[in-house]
Write a protein that binds this ligand. Structure first.
Ligand SMILES: [Zn+2]
Ligand SMILES: [Zn+2]
Length: 338
C-alpha cells in the first residue's frame, strides 16, 4: 500500500458506523493487516488499540483517516462516540466512566468489558457488515429496527466482542471477518434472536421513540436531552443500589404487573451491567419518566425511594426534576403533619 495521501481502496463510513469498524474495513479493503495500517497511521501497530479509540479518538487520527480516504473531516468525526457529548453525557473526559457509554476491554484493561453489542439481523442484512455507534450506548438494549434484544458477547463462547482482534496475531489471509468471534470463529449473524417484552404500550412507545431519536443525526432538539438522560440514569442507579434494596423496582414491577427479575445490587453502574439487567432497569425508569410528576410523587409516598437518593448528584439534573425533588421535601413535611 502506498504511503501517499489517498489509499488505493478508501471505503466511506457507512450509516451510523463506528470509527473502529470503519478502520478495520479500510485495512481489509486494502488487503493489509490492521497492524500495518495502524503502523502507518500511528507509527506503532498496537498503541491505538490500548485505549478506546471510538470514545477518545485524537484529532490527528481523524485527520489522517480523512486524508487517506478522502472522507470529509466531520464525517470522520461523526463515527466517534464524542458526538453523544451534550446529549448523553456533559463533558469530554479522558478517563473514567462516560454516562451511558459502554466500556470495552482494551489491552490495558484486565477486567472484562461487554460493551460492544451487536444485532445479528442488522449484520446479516448488511451488504457489507459493520458495527454501529449505537451498539456502544447502554440505552440500546434492543434493535429498534428488528425488535430483538442485542447480544453483548459471543453467543457461542461467551467472550466480549472485540472485532478488531480478529486481525491481530494471525497471518494476512487468515483474518476473520468482522462478523465472526475473534476467539472461536462463531458467525454473529447466526446468533439466536429474542424479542423484547414490553410491560405496556406506553413503555414500548417511549423506549422505541427514545432510541429512534438517538439514531437520528445529532443536533436536533428532542425531549430526550441531557437532562432527561441524567434523570433516567439517576433512577437506574437508585434501582441498582443496595441502599434502595429493590424497593423501587419492587413497587414499579408490581404496578406493571410483571415479575421482578434478579439483578446484582451494588455499586455497579448501569454501563457495567449486562444487556438483560440494563433492559430491566431502563424499563422501570421509563415508567417513572413517562409521567414524572405523578409517578415520582407516588413512589416517594409509597416510600419506595428516599428523597436523599433522588437528590444525589442533583446539580446535573434539569430544573423540572430539581423542582419535583424539592416538592418531595414539601410533601415530606405534609406527610409528617398527617
Ligand atoms: Zn437490527
Ligand atoms: Zn466466540
Amino acid at each position: 500500500m502506498a504511503h501517499g495521501r489517498l489509499w488505493p481502496a478508501h471505503p466511506k463510513p457507512l450509516q451510523g458506523e463506528l470509527l473502529s469498524s470503519w478502520i478495520v474495513r479500510v485495512a481489509q479493503a486494502n488487503g493489509i493487516k490492521l497492524q500495518t495500517l495502524s503502523w502507518i497511521l500511528f507509527g506503532n501497530a498496537l498503541s491505538p488499540w490500548n485505549r478506546d479509540i471510538d470514545r477518545s479518538a485524537p484529532k490527528w487520527l481523524l485527520k489522517a483517516m480523512s486524508e487517506h480516504t478522502g472522507v470529509n473531516y466531520w464525517d470522520a468525526y461523526h463515527t466517534t462516540l464524542t458526538t453523544y457529548r451534550t446529549i448523553l453525557y456533559p463533558n469530554r473526559r479522558c478517563s473514567g466512566q462516560l454516562r451511558w457509554i459502554l466500556p470495552v476491554r482494551t489491552y490495558a484493561m484486565n477486567r472484562k468489558g461487554y460493551g460492544q453489542q451487536f444485532c445479528p439481523l442488522c449484520l446479516a442484512e448488511d451488504l457489507i457488515p459493520y458495527f454501529r455507534k449505537t451498539w456502544r450506548v447502554a440505552l440500546f438494549t434492543f434493535c429498534p429496527k428488528h425488535q430483538i434484544i442485542l447480544h453483548d458477547a459471543c453467543p457461542f463462547c461467551g467472550v466480549p466482542v472485540v472485532f478488531h482482534r480478529s486481525d491481530f496475531g494471525v497471518e494476512q489471509g487468515n483474518t476473520r471477518p468482522i462478523f465472526k468471534c475473534y476467539a472461536c470463529g462463531f458467525d454473529f449473524r447466526a446468533a439466536t434472536t429474542k424479542r423484547p417484552v414490553f410491560p405496556s404500550d406506553e413503555i414500548r412507545e417511549l423506549f422505541g421513540e427514545m432510541l429512534a431519536l438517538l439514531e437520528m443525526p445529532v443536533g436536533q432538539a428532542t425531549p430526550f436531552n441531557l437532562g432527561f438522560f441524567a434523570v433516567l440514569h439517576r433512577f437506574c442507579c437508585i434501582m441498582g443500589s443496595r441502599q434502595n434494596d429493590n424497593r423501587l423496582r419492587n413497587f414499579i414491577t408490581n404496578r406493571l404487573q410483571i415479575e421482578l427479575t434478579e439483578i446484582e445490587l451494588g455499586r455497579t453502574c448501569i454501563e457495567h451491567r449486562r444487556v438483560a439487567e440494563r433492559y430491566d432497569l431502563i424499563l422501570c425508569a421509563l415508567w417513572l419518566l413517562a409521567s414524572p410528576t405523578e409517578r415520582i410523587r407516588e413512589v416517594w409516598e409509597a416510600r419506595a425511594v428516599r428523597y436523599n437518593l433522588m437528590l444525589k448528584g442533583i446539580n446535573e439534573s434539569p430544573q423540572w426534576f430539581w423542582q419535583l425533588a424539592e416538592r418531595c421535601s414539601d410533601w415530606r413535611q405534609g406527610y409528617r403533619a398527617r
